[in-house]
Design a protein around this ligand. Structure first.
Ligand code: G1P
Length: 278
């Protein structure tokens, strides 16, 4: 079975919930304490054995590229000082990973962004991380857990978590049969259903391992919810062929696309770093 070498980061969205902070800065650069969201995502991918990062950007997202590049003036300025250490992790990422970028010119949905990113992926299975879903775990990272499942099942894998029924309208929601504890063979998926229409309270969160047939399916998936091309709809086609599983990941996820989730993530991470320092 093909190994997962590439991770796609759809990062073209406007981040309107964080205006004015995101007026001239991508939401993926918002820091949890001192590290931007995108870097946590890249670190999670690396931990899953992935070294090729493919980022779908858009207008106003240049700083994402600059973040994973040398900053000569700054680095010259802090060379030899204690501050150099603060860039060590970022430098290590740059040394062991490759980064490629493409732009989503029109905002036509997450499915469309993944399609656009397909040019960077080619014809192989790949991972997707939505960096504003920030995940923390005690053992292996969420993506590493999912790659292990892909290696067992050889089909698409989506991360899921139980949410209160009145919040289903914010997520893709799945339905299926629990084949093993925490592993659900998906039979139905609905993008952002009202609580009345939701088939369950199992919500998709921003981690996917996808097989390359998803690109052909996306090409033939019409716009769905909000007139956007939805990855949920393409995954439903895979699910109807028996080729998609949902996985109740081990760990905690913060919705950093919302101000409240972002603040919770910040407080959690700050407290954790304080404890580690002691
Ligand atoms: C996207 C997906 C949705 C998924 C969510 C996870 O929605 O369309 O199915 O549940 O990510 O964060 P978005 O949050 O981009 O509106």
């Amino acid at each position: 079975m093909a190994t997962i070498n590439k991770c796609l980061f759809p990062a073209a969205g406007y981040g309107t919930r964080f205006l004015p902070a995101t007026k001239a800065m991508p939401k993926e650069m918002l820091p949890i304490v001192t590290k931007p969201l995108i870097q946590y995502g890249v670190e999670e991918a690396m931990e899953a054995g992935i070294t090729d990062m493919a980022i779908v950007t858009g207008r106003g997202k240049r700083s994402l590229e600059d973040h994973f590049d040398i900053s000569y003036e700054l680095e010259h300025q802090i060379a030899g000082s204690a501050k150099e250490e603060l860039l060590a992790e970022t430098r290590a990422i740059m040394e062991s990973c490759s980064f490629s970028y493409t732009r989503q010119v029109e905002m036509r949905g997450l499915g469309h962004a993944i399609s656009v990113g397909g040019k960077l992926i080619g014809r192989e299975p790949f991972a997707v991380i939505l960096a504003d879903d920030y995940c923390v775990t005690e053992g292996p990272g969420v993506l590493a857990q999912m790659v292990a499942l892909y290696e067992r099942f050889g089909c698409s894998v989506v991360a899921i978590e139980e949410v209160p029924k009145n919040e289903t309208y914010r997520y893709g929601v799945i339905e299926g049969v629990e084949e093993e504890p925490g592993i659900i063979r998906i039979s139905n998926m609905v993008e952002k259903p009202t609580p009345e229409d939701a088939p369950s309270n199992l919500a998709v969160i921003g981690r996917y391992v996808l097989t390359p047939e998803i690109f052909d399916i996306l090409d033939n998936t019409p716009p769905g919810k909000n007139n956007e091309i939805q990855i949920t709809d393409a995954l439903l086609t895979q699910a109807q062929r028996g080729n998609a599983i949902g996985y109740k990941f081990k760990g905690r996820r913060f919705d950093c696309g919302s101000v409240e989730g972002f603040i919770d993530a910040t407080n959690y991470t700050f407290q954790k770093t304080q404890i580690e320092k002691q």
